[in-house]
Design a protein around this ligand. Sequence first.
Ligand code: NI
Ligand code: MN
Length: 225
Amino acid sequence: MKFTFYGHSSFSIETDGKKLLFDPFISANEQAKHIDIDSIEADYILVSHGHADHIADVVYIAERTGATVISNFEVVTWLKNQGVKNAHPMNFGPANFPFGKLHFLPAWHSSGLPDGSYGGNPGGFLLQTAEHNFYYSGDTCLMMDMQLIPRYAKLDFAILPVGGNFTMDAADAVIAAEFIQCNKVIGVHFDTFGYIVIDHSKAKEIFSAAGKELILPAIGEIIML
Ligand code: NI
Ligand code: MN
């Protein structure tokens, strides 16, 4: 399974020939100027919530690739009004896709769309694929609901925000990693803005002290999982 980081909470997962792009916010990210957005391929685009720092490039990439956008019903409806052709609306619960089983799960956050439209409830994604099981929490604080995840799947890795202020920080994320029973975490949602600049070595130490690994990928970095 191939993970590529595009900065902030934007990343793609390639598994079994399927390309899944998550929360594309690239062209407006000053730190991701070296990423060629037109080189990004996608069969599916998964959008955790309606905030601009997760949705900014969805319409553009969906139009170019023809990817199917998966998000909550309100975000999907809004994206369709912006011109997205292929989309699959969900609310919290499971659904089966060609890439595997997907649970769209709650996140404690908000989801207003860039023009002020109602964006439904924010969420995260649990994916069970032939290759690996993983959880991307989306933007959220630490929450007890994460303890349900081991009842669904034994995780191989998780993607969690670690920047604090708008989401969990590393100290919260290591508790989340305990809740979801996962030892390998890829941190996202850090360093993009002043409010979420973190001390990398301190964040990694918090994880290693708990016997867990925190990976803080560089923008453009590819990780084989
Ligand atoms: Ni957000
Ligand atoms: Mn965000």
